[in-house]
Design a protein around this ligand. Structure first.
Ligand code: HEC
Length: 280
């Protein structure tokens, strides 16, 4: 009898113990016996565990995430930038809209996680493609932006391309200059007529003896430098390029005025949507 009571109590205790195991819900962690035997707790680079979402695995537990949803690259390490992307720099909330490409449909839009993709590779073919595709500067022309870009241009570009943009920087204009190639005259009509993508591409990859500047100049800085080069071009033609007006081209938008200049590069035609499947 004594044993029978003991056995019944023992079984009841076990039954109770198991009954307190409960699936996790949105607001509760649930209970589980020896959880680490069932779920991998290690970090997998390309997989989220159900734990991350505070859920049990399996439909019987009301699993709301499919295997496909769980099998994704995990969030990257904070402060790192994936290859092919660039870090962006936000000044305020409105700058966020700008880097997301909201005011320039064909600008390089940055993602919410603060990275801007650049998918062109370093070939002549892509240089042309990039020039055609990226016509708008995602940032409006502002005095602040031009002021910020001036020293950047003078440090990183002016030594070769000249403080005024005429291609005669100190590196090539000192008496016994050794620099092997003539830096591009950025004030030439061909450069004035070139799309912004050509400049952006040049800063990413450089060209021949000119190196790339992605490790030195951030996403926004590149675009502000392009504004600054445009302002030098306008100056050389006695035109205005400021936050009030742009008479150099009809492309870059002044923050407080209109772009009234001539057409420069017409935005690339949109790729037509693929035809709807015929139901076969
Ligand atoms: C060390 C010298 C040097 C520096 C610094 C330099 N460049 Fe250049 N850049 C050149 C040379 C040389 C060329 C001509 C390359 C060629 O056509 O072979 C060139 C060409 C260019 C072109 C024309 C590319 C094309 O598509 O034909 C652009 C635009 C340009 N540079 C922008 C910049 C900007 C913006 C900066 C600053 C971030 C900069 N460069 C810094 C030397 C330099």
């Amino acid at each position: 009898m004594k044993y029978a009571i003991g056995a019944i109590l023992g079984v009841a205790l076990f039954a109770w113990l198991f009954s307190v195991c409960s699936p996790a819900g949105v607001n509760k962690t649930g209970h589980e016996y020896m959880p680490d035997m069932y779920h991998p707790v290690s970090y997998e680079a390309n997989q989220y565990s159900a734990y991350r979402y505070n859920h049990w695995e399996g439909a019987e537990f009301g699993q709301t995430f499919s295997k496909a949803q769980l099998s994704q690259p995990r969030a990257k390490v904070n402060g790192t930038i994936p290859r092919g992307y660039t870090g962006v720099y936000y000044t305020d909330a409105s700058a966020l809209d700008i880097v997301r490409g909201k005011n320039a449909p064909n600008a390089i839009a940055a993602q919410i996680n603060g990275e801007a993709p650049f998918t062109y590779v370093n070939t002549e073919e892509d240089r042309l493609k990039c020039e055609k595709a990226i016509t708008l500067n995602p940032y409006p022309i502002t005095k602040e932006g031009l002021d910020r870009a001036k020293p950047l241009y003078e440090i990183y570009c002016g030594v070769c391309h000249g403080t005024t943009g005429n291609g005669l920087g100190v590196l090539v204009s000192v008496p016994d200059a050794k620099y092997p190639a003539a830096p591009k005259n950025l004030l030439g009509d061909d450069m004035i007529g070139s799309g912004n993508g050509r400049y952006y591409f040049a800063m990413v990859y450089g060209k021949n003896v000119m190196g790339g500047y992605t490790d030195k100049i951030s996403y926004e800085e590149r675009w502000q430098i392009i504004h600054y080069i445009r302002s030098l071009q306008a100056k050389s033609k006695n035109l205005e390029y400021s936050e009030k007006s742009n008479s150099l081209s009809n492309i870059e938008k002044p923050a407080k005025g209109e772009a009234t200049g001539p057409v420069r590069v017409s935005p690339a035609a949109l790729v037509p949507a693929p035809a709807a499947p015929t139901g076969k």
